[in-house]
Design a protein. Sequence first.
Length: 325
Amino acid sequence: MAKVPPLTKPEMGLAGVGALAAAGVGALGFISSFDAVSAAAARWDFSEPWMLPVGIDGAVPVFTVANLLLIRMDMALAWVRFVPWVLTLVTCGLNVAAGQGMWAKLAHGTMPLLWVVFSEIGAHIYAVRIGAATGRRMEKIRWSRWLLAPFSTFALWRRMTLWEVTSYSVALACERDRLLARADLHETYGWTWRWKTPRRERVMLRMGELAPATEEETPVPPPVEHPPAPPKESKPRPPRRTPAKGKAQRTFEATLTEARKVTAEWTDAELTADRIRTAVHVSQANARTLRDTLKAERADGRSLHAVDENAVTDSRQDDAPAEAA
């Protein structure tokens, strides 16, 4: 999901002006309710009537700041954000009681609400920014999805809450994989897949960790096409390294040396038994043995450099007297 771009300088200036205006309007609401609450406190035999409006209205910004600090330290308390609302409702009730007519009561009760509304907006912006920075904020699901598919959306929201999936796009991707894996199990075990599926796979499906089976495997490059062999009547074939009569057959070490030279530039995907059999001219069984040996050497990290043929010939000549002896 794309991140929201940061505010530009004009936008920051506009936000600052809005914050100052909100603070001024909130202050006007406190001032307008001061007289009404003080008069009510005097009727209730308060020795210092001014302490009631100052105590109630002063506690509203105090708890608002406390809520913002708790959000900043990732120690938010759900009930703290409702304290300014309760205190504001108390102030609104006292102001409504001080009004003489309906419109007077409405005007007296509306002014104290301004501060708590603006503070709630600021707390929401602060909480969203902190949650986005720490990765703890869970993204909301669109209301259109709730309307179109309420049951599946509730199941999606439940899995997001249970497994702490905070990103809505990641949750949708996991839901698609889960549905595909469920379809694979249905095709494998039939309509009774819920009972025939192994318990471990059922748990992995419930947790959203069972990946769907993919039909396409890792693509392997096609083998190099060789030109067809010419007929016997045409030009003779290029000389092959086949031993003449009376000479000893190639040993496995010699064949392995030749296979190393031929496959030095091949990738691991191209290192197949068929290609080795065609290039080195060995049987299928020997080609598979050469393939396994070469792959083992590559896995061990040994370099696959070509061996000098003269050195191989000298080693054969040195071994011949020993075998004769």
